[in-house]
Design a binder for this molecule. Structure first.
Ligand SMILES: Nc1ncnc2c1ncn2[C@@H]1O[C@H](COP(=O)(O)OP(=O)(O)O)[C@@H](O)[C@H]1O
Ligand SMILES: [Mg+2]
Length: 370
């Protein structure tokens, strides 16, 4: 098995560092402080939450729920995902645990079926949730009365700001405020949307939570981690190689994991992986992704394609409607304004602290080679 995980969480042995962050988050949660966890994508927010939830002091004392609401578009879908994720988590906690949850969920109970072993199966359709506000109320009844304290992590929380219902933040805030048996983590990536939710005085969540950022894992700790896993299998890697990868991908966890995974696979036991392998690994990865990226680009409207390529050439683009940018890439301000919205919505481009850049660094690299 390749020790460099590129998707999800496996166990502490394959999780690099985050010692202080884990302690901090656990300290907040065990003292019943809600936390907003904010960082750019792919740095490891979800991983950190999973890691904390796997620690024995958490696992043994709490019910932990992690619900990803990235794909939800309204309160209806939010309630659907939340109840589904709670039920699926409780299934591994035994009959008493899930029966109590279903007992609270009067509005949905008739829609739940059972498999041949008597375990509940979530095969509800979105339409089975007739009154999301009522179901949400029942979920909070459950959280308040569960036989253990609950930790609820809502991942990609910023999407609630895009729901068409205007009262969702206030509704959630009220429930959460009155629910002393549950503590919440709100994880989110789009910095400006997350900070609007938590630091605008006019918004319901204002000053209701501790705010925690996440920085890249440090180079020395990543080097130790990668070398350790190479050595365990009789392989070697020079620190310069790790540093090269780290700098190339600005310390962003997912890319480093992906590259380490690839470099590990390219190195036979007894061999040493050296820095010249980095470009080879990148080329291999890009050729594996060639089909995906070609189709992505093909699906883009022409204007968005032009703007995406311009941002890619620029690397980090600040003033995308200033005349220098427009002249250099032969664009007009109105076409840029139209296109950038679509690119941000589809997550092709990110906008952090005034800088636009291509979100997926492998895609960026691939575009540069066109
Ligand atoms: N500390 C870590 N050690 C090893 N891999 C990690 C670590 N944190 C995250 N990852 C991996 O990096 C990828 C991105 O992390 P994730 O937690 O999904 O980021 P985010 O939620 O911030 O977008 C995941 O595939 C995960 O497996
Ligand atoms: Mg995440």
């Amino acid at each position: 098995m390749n020790p460099f995980i590129t998707n999800g969480y496996v166990s502490p042995a394959y999780f690099c560092d985050r010692v202080e962050e884990t302690a901090t988050l656990i300290r907040y949660l065990t003292s019943a402080n809600n936390v907003a966890l904010i960082s750019p994508r792919r740095l490891g927010k979800t991983g950190l939450i999973e890691h904390c939830f796997h620690q024995s002091e958490i696992k043994e004392r709490y019910y932990t729920f992690l619900v990803d609401i990235y794909a939800t578009k309204n309160l209806h879908e939010f309630v659907f995902e939340l109840s589904k994720s709670i039920l699926n988590t409780l299934k591994s906690r035994g009959r008493k645990a899930w029966e109590f949850f279903l007992g609270c969920l009067a509005s949905l109970r008739t829609g739940i079926s059972f498999d041949f072993t008597g375990n509940p199966v979530w095969n509800l359709e979105m339409g089975d949730i007739k009154t999301p506000v009522v179901t949400l109320d029942e979920i909070f009844q459950y959280l308040s009365k569960a036989d253990r304290p609950c930790l609820v992590a809502i991942d990609e929380f910023q999407v609630i700001a895009k729901y068409p219902e205007k009262h969702v933040e206030a509704l959630l805030r009220t429930h959460i405020q009155h629910c002393s048996n549950a503590t919440f983590v709100y994880a989110g990536s789009q910095r400006h949307m997350m900070s609007e939710i938590f630091v605008s005085p006019s918004r319901p969540f204002y000053q209701s939570t501790a705010i925690m950022g996440l920085d890249p894992i440090s180079l020395p700790r990543y080097t130790d981690f990668i070398q350790h896993h190479f050595e365990t299998d009789g392989k070697h890697i020079t620190p310069e190689t790790v540093e090269n990868v780290y700098r190339h991908f600005e310390g962003i966890t997912w890319y480093i994991q992906f590259m380490a995974n690839s470099l590990y696979a390219m190195t036979a036991p007894g061999e040493t992986c050296t820095a010249d392998k980095v470009t080879v690994a990148i080329s291999n990865i890009l050729s594996q992704l060639n089909f995906t990226y070609s189709s992505l680009l093909f699906q883009l409207p022409p204007k968005q394609k032009e703007v995406l390529i311009a941002i890619c050439k620029e690397g980090k683009a600040c003033e995308i409607t200033a005349s220098r940018f427009l002249k250099t890439y032969k664009l007009t301000a109105s076409s840029v304004q139209g296109a950038i919205k679509g690119l941000l919505d589809k997550d092709f481009v990110t906008h952090e602290l005034g800088v636009y850049s291509v979100y997926d660094k492998f895609f960026e690299e691939w575009l540069k080679r066109l």
